[in-house]
Design a protein around this ligand. Structure first.
Ligand SMILES: CC(C)(COP(=O)(O)OP(=O)(O)OC[C@H]1O[C@@H](n2cnc3c(N)ncnc32)[C@H](O)[C@@H]1OP(=O)(O)O)[C@@H](O)C(=O)NCCC(=O)NCCS
Length: 167
């Protein structure tokens, strides 16, 4: 069982320890928010800077943190972002369970008509997970960021409330 609870600043050192390279930082959070080397204080400051950000920590059945995600309302769409499972906990269903819980949180707002996210096109594992939960690719932004001399394409995916209700 995987539950979501509100992210606490004291979670930041653990969450930051799951990011082990500049590449994994960008895969997780894009290029706009943070700089490498990543420091937990950047994460605390980022979440504190904007009250529309709703950060969550995913915990296992014993209450141990295993993941992180964030919701942010942007009009009728809710943005799902900063999806991360602890490297040691991957492949056990935590990613799927925490996104299922995140979708329930997002659609609990009556004005939320869809949930959207961005994922880099080479991140096949994450894309499979999102597609399993009903997200569909909507748009590709080619050469969205450059990391270590390589251009990465970014894919916007969306799940509408109707699709979520039917899933
Ligand atoms: C993408 C990410 C969140 C997925 O988290 P996860 O906890 O590994 O996800 P799940 O366990 O739900 O699913 C992953 C795989 O494990 C499999 N799995 C789930 N439960 C399992 C179990 N009990 N036994 C065996 N396999 C299992 C799933 O079927 C899935 O297989 P697939 O990759 O072949 O489709 C995680 O890999 C991650 O944090 N990656 C780095 C950051 C990132 O890419 N974030 C997304 C940015 S858009």
């Amino acid at each position: 069982m995987t539950d979501l609870r509100a992210f606490e600043p004291t979670d930041a050192p653990l969450v930051a320890s799951w990011i082990d390279s500049e590449e994994s930082l960008v895969v997780w959070s894009g290029k706009a928010a943070f700089t490498w080397p990543f420091d937990p204080r950047q994460l605390v400051a980022f979440h504190a800077a904007d009250p529309t950000r709703r950060p969550y920590t995913a915990v296992d059945r014993g209450g141990a943190p295993v993941g992180h995600l964030m919701l942010r309302s942007t009009g009728g769409a809710v943005r799902l972002g900063m999806v991360l499972v602890s490297p040691g906990a991957r492949g056990h269903g935590h990613g799927e369970a925490m996104i299922v819980a995140g979708l329930a949180e997002a659609f609990a707002s009556p004005e939320a008509d869809s949930v959207e996210l961005g994922v880099y096109a080479h991140n096949a594992r994450a894309m499979r997970l999102y597609e399993r939960l009903g997200f569909r690719p909507e748009r590709v932004d080619e050469r969205s960021v450059s990391v270590a001399g390589q251009w990465w394409d970014s894919v916007t995916m969306r799940l509408t409330r109707q699709e979520w209700l039917e899933s």
